[in-house]
Each structure stands twice: as structure tokens, then as C-alpha cells.
Design a protein around this ligand. Sequence first.
Ligand code: SF4
Length: 104
Amino acid sequence: MADSDDIIRNEAESLLKGGLKTAVYPRADDQNMVIKITDALKASDGSLEQRLIIGGFTLEPVEYEEIEQACETCMYYLVHRRYCELPELDLPVEAEWSCNLWRI
Ligand code: SF4
């Protein structure tokens, strides 16, 4: 499991470092936006690239409304596995990454 997580995490990182344009904004700061974004994820082909784009992934925390949004402070982050357990994303991540579905 750890090995396959590493492969996917590295692939995500290289896509983002390569300049993949992701939907950093708007952030899902109300229930309507959460539903809109999760619906778009469900309707997508589920590829890594589409999850990164629709989820608005960044390699650094995003400062939004005076809060630093990073995976490590998100309720969906599994610390020991460095993993996002939000079902629509279901993705190995890094503590300092961020996405538009961040939630405390
Ligand atoms: S929902 Fe986004 S910010 Fe939260 S753990 Fe998952 S990828 Fe990170």
C-alpha cells in the first residue's frame, strides 16, 4: 500500500510541478460549493489529473479568509498514511498540500 501511495503521490507532485492548472478558487466554503465540487468530481473520469484539477490542488497551503488551509489541518487528512480520505478524492497527499475542499 505504501509503495503504491508513493507512486501516486509522486505522480501528483510532478503534474503540479509541471504547471497543471487547477481550480484553486472558489474554495468550498459553503455547502453549495461542496456539493458542486464533489458532484463535478463524481462526474469526472476519476483520473488523477481530473481529481487534482477539480480539487484545486496546490503544493503549498492556501491562505483563505485569514486561515492557512493545508492538508495537515484538514479533517480528511490521515496523518500516518499522509492520505486524503475524502471519498471523492481518495488520494495520497503531503501535509503541506492544499485543495479547495479543505475543511476543519
Ligand atoms: S480534502 Fe483537500 S485539504 Fe483536505 S486532506 Fe483532502 S486534499 Fe487535503
